[in-house]
Write a protein that binds this ligand. Structure first.
Ligand SMILES: [Zn+2]
Length: 312
């Protein structure tokens, strides 16, 4: 029973977060929790949108951050300028007037306490999805938890070394950074930064050479304290404006319609790279990519979406 309750809680977290954070449309189909929790988490907090931030490249003050380039590494990726008070800037979507670009993002969710379930055979990865993205040549950003990278180091390394993809940070534990985040266990306030850094450590241990300085909060839940911790590390927080609704969906066509209905120029779409909780995602991608290309869209990674707001 406890296991059942915990599982339902985890399902609610994922699906409710998507329903709450991605826009006005609820995820479809509705999760076991229903959309009732959609008013919690970050939904109550207005987030900055792209146009409020200037283009910036990390400066020397971020040199000690976990993503800092080492000699001989590629140039530092673009980030948004810090918000006032040292808060991390928040990207919800890219520019609406810099061409038909769209960023697909995939959350590789695995929570720190899910190792037992993985050992029992539950699959938190989705190799078929990654293969589909490669076959379709879709650049994408994977927001990976450190725990996921520990569970699937070969896949983490393969994704991290493929120039088609960017690996970004979705925390180590996938625990909440705020109170009342869909029932997720909450990190203590003094552990927020350490959890983010631990994910980078896990990425490097897996062989991900250049994880990006972009962070997605578990459940999307954040407040000023959380943003300050992420800002201290020189990271840009990345939310979304289009909810794919693939979490716990069984109808790929419905998810595909939701994506197609939601995408606008500059959109950031959130989907999942977690097969057990999002089993339709590969089919959704195979369906929507050709249709979006037919409309004239070009797929970009988050770094390019941020750079798109730079000087014309
Ligand atoms: Zn997540």
């Amino acid at each position: 029973m406890i296991r059942f309750v915990r599982r339902i809680a985890a399902l609610c977290v994922l699906s409710a977060a998507l329903a709450a954070c991605g826009g006005t449309r609820p995820a479809a189909p509705v999760s076991p929790s229903g959309p009732a929790t959609a008013s919690s988490g970050d939904a109550a907090r207005p987030t900055s949108t792209f146009g409020h931030h200037a283009f910036a490249v990390p400066d020397a003050t971020t040199a000690s951050a976990p993503h800092s380039p080492s000699p001989g590494s590629p140039p530092a990726p673009p980030t948004l300028s810090p918000a006032s008070g040292g808060l991390a800037p928040v990207l919800t979507h890219g520019p609406r007037n810099r061409g038909m670009i769209v960023a697909f993002t995939f959350d590789a969710d695995m929570t720190a306490d899910q190792g037992g379930r993985a050992a029992a055979g539950e699959r938190f990865d989705n190799p078929g999805l990654i293969s589909a993205l490669r076959a379709l040549k879709v650049p994408a950003t994977v927001f990976m938890t450190g725990r996921w990278a520990e569970q699937y180091p070969d896949q983490a390394r393969s994704i991290g070394r493929d120039p088609l993809f960017e690996v970004a940070n979705h925390s180590y534990s996938h625990y909440a950074f705020t109170a009342d985040c869909y029932g997720l266990p909450r990190l203590s306030a003094d552990r927020l930064g350490a959890d983010v850094e631990r994910a980078y450590t896990a990425f490097r241990a897996a062989g991900v050479a250049h994880p990006m300085p972009y962070f997605r909060f578990p459940g999307g839940c954040h407040d000023d304290r959380a943003l300050r911790e992420v800002g201290r590390l020189g990271l840009t927080a990345v939310q979304w404006d289009v909810v794919g609704g693939d979490a716990f969906a069984t109808d790929a066509d419905a998810v595909a319609r939701q994506v197609l209905d939601g995408v606008r120029p500059g959109s950031v779409v959130v989907l999942h790279c977690t097969r057990s909780a999002a089993p339709t995602t590969e089919r959704v991608v195979r369906a929507v990519v050709p249709q979006l290309r037919a409309r004239g869209y070009r797929f970009v990674r988050i770094s390019e979406m941020i750079a798109a707001a730079g000087p014309a």
